[in-house]
Design a protein around this ligand. Structure first.
Ligand code: B12
Ligand code: SF4
Length: 544
């Protein structure tokens, strides 16, 4: 019997296997821990009808609140879920990987069922979907024994070893960095995990636990995910990723070549997708990696996210193309210098135009992401983004994401709202924010729609449209009805608001007083925290 079953929770990409689980599995193998992997995400997707597959569509994911999709997803696959619950009987420990809020809520539902049926199972959840306390609010108390917050490799091995040696000790798992023991009523003793500074010490994922034939069947494109780095060099004010993955670290480019060589030999792949937050955190590093890819003649195509940097050169971008890059996706976000400054971006509109042009001229198709309705964005700022698209349309292959700005709890923006003119209508609920100009959610959605219309006029492709918690029937009828699958239109989008209201009432006056107290305190502590954050850099405050 294997010691642990690692489970990838839906919804997640189905084109490639989940990299987080693959990394964990490889590390556990190297540490001599027996395991099995179940890509439950893929199991459900494979058994889904055409209409049920809309659960995996970005349009669904981004408009219907997480707890509702998770519940629907679970209920829609009665037989598969029953089989899965039965299977868990054979493992003492189940580790769920939650990549986003929906998969976190889904893990919570499944864990509750497993606990009811097999109370002795140890249930663990990890992944970006449960990193912040806000994200964990949908998981019923008592369903999960341990959350592993941040990088999972070392923490999971330590926890499994501690479970082996102290099966009856109720305090097991406590004091292991990265492990939040839910049986402990007092979670303040949580110690953040120390990120693995030397990534070369980690074995690369071989995907030996996955049946790769099952991914993207019937299509010629069979990429595998890969990482050249963890973390980001930037500190964008709205972003949670740099907090989660800090500090920025790179792997030896020779190891990356070995990894790709392994995948070519074992699986005959022709493409890899870098899941890095950015491939150009260090330009010297990127150049070395490209040189090695060119020298090794692997003939592999790759895509990656990249940051717009004023110091990107035409020569480097040509090398990037020669090294096999078939697309770079830049988070442009806005083309108003005023908004870029508020976002804490390190480039201007002029820099952005130059980098997109050079990338295109080097022969690398350019994808960009755009955020509209950032706090403080005026109509004039918004028009600057639209005019930028027009000016640079020749260089832009696709605007992959057009997003209405979402205020992520735990971003700098949410931690220091007064700096950005952000005001909450309800102090405990970041979903109710407005800015100094009274920017409303309706206006944000309107800007999304106007951006999409402009893209259509300009003939620029657009893959994903993001706006959260949109009431499909009241606010943007015709637009939403055109993109949301009929099967999901009957979900009541107002329900979560009611349910959040209940959540607030349940947590009562105490939370309200705490929130107000914290707000007053945050004004005084602002300067101090900024200093600490910059100084500590890599250290993460879960539940902040
Ligand atoms: C690449 C990527 C994608 C790719 C995934 C392709 C693939 N199949 O690999 C694509 C583009 C498809 C994608 C899509 C989406 N993504 Co995405 N994605 C990422 C990104 C940039 C990297 C993920 C990755 O591979 N990391 C590398 C691996 C090694 O790290 P890891 O998965 O975190 O795993 C480690 C730990 O988390 C932990 N861990 C993970 N699982 C488990 C399980 C256990 C038991 C334990 C102990 C530990 C553990 O240990 C692992 C090793 O250290 C992250 C950014 C980020 N900060 O993570 C966003 C991110 C995960 N994505 C996110 C989102 C929201 C989405 C979408 C829902 C976007 C959308 N709104 O449309 C979609 C969902 C797609 C779908 N159909 O379901 C969010 C999730 C935020 C949240 N809290 O909800 C992130 C964090 C980005 C962000 N800040 O917005 N994404
Ligand atoms: S560049 Fe991207 S990953 Fe890095 S801090 Fe900014 S938004 Fe986050």
């Amino acid at each position: 019997m294997a010691e642990i079953l690692l489970v990838s929770c839906p919804p997640w990409g189905v084109v490639m296997p989940p990299l987080g689980v693959a990394c964990l599995a490889e590390y556990l193998h190297a540490e001599g821990i027996t395991l099995q992997v179940q890509d439950l995400n893929l199991d459900l997707y494979e058994r889904a009808t055409a209409s049920q597959r809309s659960f995996w569509d970005f349009d669904t994911i981004n408009r219907i609140p997480a707890p509702q999709i998770a519940a629907r997803l679970h209920d829609a696959f009665g037989t598969v879920m029953e089989e899965f619950i039965q299977r868990t009987q054979s493992f003492p420990v189940i580790g769920f990987s939650a990549n986003n809020l929906i998969s976190a809520a889904f893990a919570g539902i499944v864990a509750t069922r497993i606990k009811q049926q097999y109370p002795d199972k140890v249930l663990i959840v990890g992944g970006p979907g449960i990193f912040y306390s806000w994200d964990r609010q949908w998981i019923s108390p008592g369903a999960i024994d341990f959350f592993i917050i941040g990088e999972g490799e070392v923490a999971l091995v330590k926890l499994l070893r501690s479970l082996r040696s102290s099966a009856t000790d109720t305090r097991r798992g406590e004091a292991i960095p990265g492990v939040l023991a839910m049986r402990e009523k007092d979670t303040s003793r949580f110690v953040p995990v120390q990120s693995i500074l030397d990534l070369n010490k980690l074995p690369f994922p071989t995907f030996v636990d996955f049946d790769l034939q099952r991914y993207n069947p019937g299509v010629a494109y069979h990429p595998l995910p890969i990482l050249s780095s963890r973390g980001c060099i930037n500190r964008c004010s709205y972003c949670i990723d740099w907090h989660m993955c800090a500090p920025y670290r790179v792997r030896d480019p020779k190891r990356i070549i070995e990894e790709i060589q392994h995948h070519i030999a074992a699986y005959h792949i022709r493409y890899v997708e870098f899941n890095d937050l950015l491939c150009n955190g260090s330009l010297n590093y990127l150049e070395r990696l490209c040189d090695l890819l060119i020298e090794s003649r692997l003939d592999i195509g790759w895509v990656s996210y990249a940051a717009i940097r004023p110091d990107m050169t035409a020569e480097l971008l040509v090398k990037v193309r020669q090294a096999g890059c078939v697309s770079l996706c830049y988070g442009l976000e806005s083309a108003s210098d005023r908004v870029l400054k508020r976002m804490n971006k390190r480039y201007t509109r002029a820099d952005a135009g130059r980098v997109l042009r050079l990338t295109h001229q080097a022969g690398v198709p350019v994808r960009i992401n755009i955020i509209v309705g950032f706090p403080g964005e005026t109509e004039d700022d918004f028009q600057e983004t639209l005019s930028f698209l027009e000016e640079n349309k020749t260089y832009i292959h696709e605007v992959t994401n057009v997003s209405a700005f979402v205020l992520m709890p735990s971003s700098d923006l949410a931690t220091f709202p007064h700096r950005f003119g952000v005001r909450y209508k309800v102090p405990t609920d970041p979903a109710t924010w407005t800015d100094e100009n009274g920017l409303t959610e309706e206006e944000r959605i309107d800007r999304v729609i106007r951006t999409c219309e402009r893209l259509r006029e300009l003939g620029i492709g657009n893959l994903i449209i993001n706006y959260n918690k949109c009431d499909t029937r009241r606010r943007c009828d015709s637009f939403a009805a055109a993109v949301i699958p009929a099967a999901l239109l009957d979900i009541d989008p107002v329900a979560p608001v009611r349910c959040e209201g209940r959540f607030r009432r349940r947590n009562g006056i105490f939370k309200m007083v705490m929130a107000l107290g914290l707000f007053v305190f945050s004004l005084a502590a602002d300067a101090f925290l900024t200093f600490i954050k910059r100084w500590r850099g890599s250290i993460i405050f879960p539940g902040s």
